[in-house]
Design a protein around this ligand. Structure first.
Ligand SMILES: Cc1cc2nc3c(=O)[nH]c(=O)nc-3n(C[C@H](O)[C@H](O)[C@H](O)COP(=O)(O)OP(=O)(O)OC[C@H]3O[C@@H](n4cnc5c(N)ncnc54)[C@H](O)[C@@H]3O)c2cc1C
Length: 393
């Protein structure tokens, strides 16, 4: 298989990439710097992704989605992140953590009720796992759900929820919420659909002054005797750890793909700048130390890109099975993206340190990839544990 085939294995993938790239150039790139500066989630632009059929990229067409695979999801995340990783994070929370998660774990009735609106961009969704006092230690979550007749009653709070707010004061529309339905420390978690308007569900706070990903909103959400209909339980009671693990694979893969977009853009910027900028009578690209920044960045980017697309090609959206490598691609690409962005800043000198060339923003955005969706320490722990179990590679 040629390199080209690995990244765009079919004509459909190639057409998708060129459509998204063209849209990004025309509509995403021009607003990225302002959205970062003002910490604004560009909701109209986000809804445009629905017009393009991207918001439910992995959801079957009968529920309003694009019916595509993990490679397609990776392509969209790479292309959006080359311009605006913050907008892409909002996209990921909606398309992967809400829509794909509900598609994989929900019933046909739940899919029919929620996915057409989510795919069209009429609603904005997210996923609530992390809590103020439990992140990596997910089984330590404290939010509870108890059955009361035809309702489930949720109590607790969720932290760092992307798309939790759509503005400074307004909740997002619909969420998949993990809650404990058994004893603490056990695996007895269940998953619920919670919509804006459910009694007892409110926006705690929109979190401000983030280092990066400032074009996406992050919020604390509060559940106080929050009543949701019994029909909003996703899958069986107590089964949600399995849902969570399956969805984490595509989440980590697409977060790694975001790292690819960041690195590619940084490479393009430093490569162009190094040819144009002169010092001591010659373009700085002729200096060995500058060549090292560019060449090392390119090789690391291509290694990450090859790993991501190889894992994406093998990832089955329906079944778990790519855990070690979904940890592996994110572990590699998150730090790779940050280091490539760092090299870009260094190559640009003072010009890299300010907003004009985008690389300082991409460097700030890249840092989130080492934390969100699992910290790099969590990936290291998971990979070592899986390797110890597997034995041979
Ligand atoms: C911008 C942003 C958006 C996010 N969006 C979402 C979202 O939409 N939905 C959602 O549910 N969550 C979201 N998160 C939460 C994110 O997934 C968590 O921040 C992440 O999982 C880490 O959890 P924590 O912040 O509680 O850190 P902790 O788990 O408290 O970790 C603190 C430090 O301790 C280390 N550590 C913890 N346990 C171990 C261990 N066993 N061994 C070694 N080191 C360890 C960690 O690696 C880290 O360095 C988001 C976070 C951010 C910042």
């Amino acid at each position: 298989m040629s390199t080209h085939d690995l990244f765009d294995p079919t004509d459909e993938h190639r057409a998708l990439r060129s459509m998204v790239r063209e849209f990004v150039l025309r509509e995403v790139d021009p607003q990225a710097q302002a959205s970062d500066r003002t910490e604004t989630f560009n909701v109209p632009l986000f809804r445009r992704l629905g017009d393009l059929g991207l918001l439910g990229i992995t959801v079957p067409e009968r529920f309003g989605g694009g019916g595509m695979d993990a490679v397609a999801a990776v392509i969209v995340h790479e292309e959006l992140s080359a311009a605006d990783p913050g907008l892409c994070l909002a996209y990921l929370a909606h398309a992967m953590l809400f829509a794909n998660n509900l598609q994989q774990n929900g019933s046909d009735a739940q899919r029919a009720r929620h996915l057409p609106d989510a795919c069209a961009g009429r609603t904005i969704g997210g996923m609530c796992m992390t809590e103020p006092s439990a992140g990596t230690d997910v089984l330590g979550m404290r939010t509870t759900a108890a059955r009361d007749g035809e309702f489930w009653v949720l109590d607790g709070a969720k932290m760092w929820i992307t798309n939790g707010a759509v503005s400074d004061t307004e909740l997002g529309d619909v969420f998949l919420v993990y809650a404990r339905t058994g004893d603490r420390g056990t695996q007895s978690l269940s998953l619920f659909i919670v919509e804006k308007g459910c009694p007892g569900f409110r926006l705690g706070q929109k979190i401000r002054d983030k280092l990066g990903m400032r074009a996406s909103t992050t919020a604390e959400l509060v559940f106080e005797q929050c009543r949701v209909p019994a029909a909003n339980l996703v899958g069986a009671e107590g089964d949600a750890v399995g849902h969570m693990m399956r969805n984490l694979e595509i989440e980590r893969l697409t977060l790694a793909a975001m790292g690819l977009g960041i690195a590619r853009r940084c490479l393009e910027v430093m490569n162009r700048y190094a040819r144009e900028r002169k010092a001591f009578g010659s373009p700085i690209v002729e200096f060995g130390q500058i060549q090292k920044h560019i060449a090392d960045s390119y090789a690391a980017f291509m290694a990450g890109r090859s790993y991501v697309y190889q894992v994406a090609g093998a990832l089955d959206l329906v079944r778990s099975g790519s855990r070690i490598d979904s940890d592996g691609v994110k572990l590699f690409c998150s730090t790779m993206a940050k280091q490539v962005a760092d090299s870009a800043i260094q190559v640009l000198g003072g010009y890299g340190y300010v907003a004009e060339y985008q690389v300082e923003r991409l460097w700030r955005d890249a840092k989130l990839l080492e934390i969100g969706g699992g910290t790099i320490e969590a990936h290291q722990k998971n990979i070592a544990r899986d390797l110890a179990r597997i034995g041979s590679i």
